[in-house]
Design a protein around this ligand. Structure first.
Ligand SMILES: [Zn+2]
Length: 550
């Protein structure tokens, strides 16, 4: 736990909506596996609430909420308050929310009279009834209720009394939090601060949250303005994901709340100092999951955030980092870019080893070698932030703790496109792999939906004595990025694998050739599973290999 003195500090609740509002981002399409991976990241970070999605609105979210998940963070489901003209118990939307396996139901309610009349087509009172009855239904079902007041700030401008009535109705019905949303993202900080203060004055005892969008570049400033005025819940997303210009970026907000005054002295969050030291890694791993290039200029966590170009700044930073740095980069897990191959990089590697449970003496010479190896590989396109398992395999190799389970002597992949007997155009892929295990050679061949699938099947078809240990592996996700490295195009492949216990891990391969890059990621995945299996075996001596596949 963080060494934090919580005396006198007020708690700010962090509510993540990456999987709901963030999923509205153009080009973002979470799979169920993606959502589960993001939930794990947020849980580790110490976020208070995860909004997982919109059950009933799409099959994926309904599936997500069909079971409980092994996370400490509270899970919230999102949907509309009941429609006018039906009771909450007869509203299918509300029913889907109440059936969801979630701790919290977050209702979105219209707070702008113009929207109530035009979009909902009901009376202002019917809308208030909808808020009250929907909240009551959630509480009756044993859930906590939150009400997001959509378009609150625009609504407040148009009809302040009604906007406040909506917030009051939610509070009086028993909503734990009433969240003021700047849905169109056009409100500026001063106005947010005034309006939040006005609601608190008008509705004694109300607990307010803020949901800000970044359309004027003020989502962070608006969130902080709301906190100054008395809001104690902040809704946001990882890396500021979200529709249009995005939502308030929690990756920026967390260090600001924890490191900057007056927030640092007045407030605390559920994010420990240790968890914040993993923020850079988390932010980049999340971009890898989205298959997009991390923003180099992202505050705190960007590759350029603490990079100083050689010259007068760099020499001053070398004398004393405080000359050009507003916070210490290691507090957020970032590093000073000017000090290549010094303590900064080394401490990152040490932190990574610790996170992955690899013990290594701090002064071990091999740590320096590992750092060099990582740098060399990153220079040619490897990215380990999103590929823990490949880093793990590499680290164990450099530390001299990996043995060669098998050696692939050669592989061959054929892709054939032709007309079949029925005159249909078909594509066949088949792969052959020659593997050497302790001097014994095995040849396997397999067909697949595509060349990588065929190669994967052939590789895992027969690994002799290890076969039982890898049988439960399945490929969950496969991501390819092609970028310009130096003068040539480089292909980076990220593969996510899962085993029979539900554990998942990601590996990376880089090559000019997509099949070769995939091959590296596939073999890393298998080696990782074998290494982890041996560790588990060592922890329970006598259980033998059988314990590894349970
Ligand atoms: Zn929103």
């Amino acid at each position: 736990m963080a060494a934090e003195n919580s005396i006198g500090r007020e708690r700010i609740q962090l509510y993540d909506t990456t999987l709901r509002d963030g999923a509205q981002t153009t080009g973002v399409d979470f799979s169920l596996a993606d959502k589960l991976a993001v939930m794990k990241m947020l849980d580790r970070l110490g976020i208070d609430v995860i909004e997982g999605g919109y059950p009933g609105a799409n099959p994926l979210d309904t599936q997500l909420f069909s079971q409980k998940h092994p996370i400490r963070t509270k899970l919230s489901c999102f949907g509309m308050t009941k429609r006018a003209g039906v009771s909450a118990s007869n509203d299918p939307g509300v029913a889907a929310l109440l059936q969801a396996e979630a701790d919290i139901v977050c209702y979105v309610a219209k707070a702008w009279d113009f929207h109530v009349r035009t979009a909902l087509g009901c009376t202002l009172d019917e809308n208030l009834d909808g808020v009250r009855e929907s909240v009551a239904a959630a509480l009756a079902r044993g859930r906590e209720a939150i009400v997001d007041c959509e378009h609150f700030f625009d609504g407040y401008k148009a009809n302040p009394a009604y906007a406040v009535d909506v917030a009051r109705a939610a509070h009086e019905a028993g909503a734990g939090w009433v969240v003021l949303c700047d849905t169109n993202g056009g409100t500026l900080p001063d106005e947010v601060e005034c309006n939040v203060a006005a609601v608190i004055a008008a509705v004694p005892g109300i607990r307010l949250g803020i949901h800000a969008h970044d359309d004027t570049g003020h989502a962070i400033a608006n969130s902080l303005a709301a906190v100054r005025a008395g809001a104690r819940q902040i809704q946001g997303t990882l890396n500021g994901l979200g529709e249009r210009c995005g939502n308030a970026n929690l990756v920026t907000l967390i260090p600001t709340l924890k490191l900057k005054e007056p927030y640092a002295s007045r407030f605390e969050t559920g994010v420990s100092d240790e968890a914040m030291a993993g923020l850079t890694q988390l932010s980049r791993a999340f971009d890898e999951l989205l298959n997009r290039q991390p923003n180099r200029q992202a505050p705190y966590v960007g590759a350029s955030a603490f990079a100083t170009k050689a010259g007068i700044h760099a020499s001053a930073v070398l004398k004393d980092p405080r000359t050009y740095e507003h916070v210490e980069p290691q507090r957020v897990g970032n590093s000073r870019a000017v000090l290549v191959s010094t303590q900064a990089g080394r401490s990152n590697v040490l932190a990574e080893l610790e996170r992955l449970g690899i013990s290594a003496p701090r002064n071990d010479q091999r740590i320096a070698r590992l750092l060099e190896e990582v740098k060399d590989r990153e220079a040619v396109g490897y990215a380990y932030e999103g590929a823990d398992a490949s880093f793990y395999v590499l680290a164990q190799r450099v530390l001299g703790r990996a043995r060669e389970y098998f050696r692939v002597e050669r592989f061959k992949v054929n892709v054939e496109r032709r007309y079949n007997a029925n005159g249909q155009l078909v594509t066949f892929s088949e792969a052959t792999v020659k593997v050497n295990i302790d001097g014994e050679t095995m040849i396997s061949a397999a067909e697949g939906d595509g060349p990588v699938n065929a190669l994967d099947r052939a590789l895992r078809k027969d690994l002799g004595k290890y076969q039982r240990l890898i049988e439960g592996i399945s490929l969950v996700d496969f991501k390819v990025r092609i970028f310009q490295g130096g003068t040539d195009a480089v292909t980076r492949v990220l593969i996510e694998s899962r085993d029979e216990t539900g554990d998942s891990w990601t590996t990376v391969g880089v090559s000019a050739n997509i099949i070769d890059a995939s091959f590296q990621a596939l073999t890393d995945s298998i080696v990782y599973k074998l290494m982890r299996g041996e560790e588990a075996d060592a922890r329970s001596p006598g259980a033998g290999a059988v314990s590894l596949i349970l």
